[in-house]
Design a binder for this molecule. Structure first.
Ligand SMILES: [Zn+2]
Length: 234
């Protein structure tokens, strides 16, 4: 195989490799994203359940305080029968009013807590119910992606092995030139002669050079884009 044919082969391997790298692209990131979604879902359900427990605790504390206030109000009501002067009467009335205000606040808190509980109870229950199906859906999607990644990984490794073998048969100076052009020209360093033009940039190749390319004589390079040009009669 000539140097040029070896370069053509290397270009094919590199193009296939690039295709796989492009295909794999953000697949691993997508798997990570799905995993994050699952964690967030579990977290949401757990937080909801945690908050429900807190609400129950707050409600029972609130209930206790309400009862205390009610009892105190009852006691003061009874004391009203025993007062002997206006001053005492006013003091008890004042304290009762204050306690009623307190009770009012506690009842408002209770109402708010009960509303929060009802809403949260409903959403958390439905999330908990959906969790399993969402999880299995996520796992299925993750599984598919992981399979694609694994398959491509295997192919990638094969190509990398082929590449390692291929570069051994190419002279070092030619290889480094190939690599420079490959980088500079978006991964296309070896192109076909199309008609009498460079298959990379479309510049017309001088007739003498075109003839030599067709004859497979040595290494020919496009004056304009520096790509290697070969002739493929298929
Ligand atoms: Zn060119």
């Amino acid at each position: 195989m000539s140097d040029l044919q070896n370069l053509v082969k290397l270009q094919k391997i590199d193009s296939e490799l690039q295709e796989i790298i492009d295909l794999l692209g953000d697949l691993p990131a997508k798997v990570g994203q799905l995993h994050q979604e699952e964690l967030a879902l579990v977290d949401e359900v757990e937080q909801g359940e945690q908050r429900l427990k807190e609400i129950d605790l707050e409600l029972s504390k609130n209930d206790l305080l309400e009862k205390e206030s009610q009892e105190k109000i009852e006691k003061l009501k009874n004391q009203l029968f025993l007062v002997t002067n206006n001053k005492q009467y006013d003091a008890i009335t004042h304290e009762t009013d204050h306690l009623k205000e307190e009770l009012d606040k506690l009842e408002t808190i209770e109402l708010e807590l009960r509303e929060e509980k009802t809403a949260l109870d409903e959403t958390t229950k439905s999330k908990r119910l959906n969790l399993d199906s969402l999880r299995s859906d996520l796992h299925q999607r993750m599984g598919k992606l992981e399979k694609v990644i694994a398959q491509n990984d295997e192919q990638k490794q094969n190509l990398e092995q082929k590449r390692a073998e291929q570069i051994k048969v190419i002279p070092a100076n030619l290889l480094s030139r190939y690599q420079r052009v490959y980088k500079a020209r978006d991964g296309v360093a070896v192109v076909k002669l199309i008609g009498s033009a460079c298959g990379g940039c479309g510049s017309v190749v001088p007739p003498q050079i075109a003839t030599e390319i067709k004859a497979g004589k040595g290494i020919k390079i496009c004056d304009v884009c520096s790509r290697f040009i070969y002739f493929d009669n298929n």
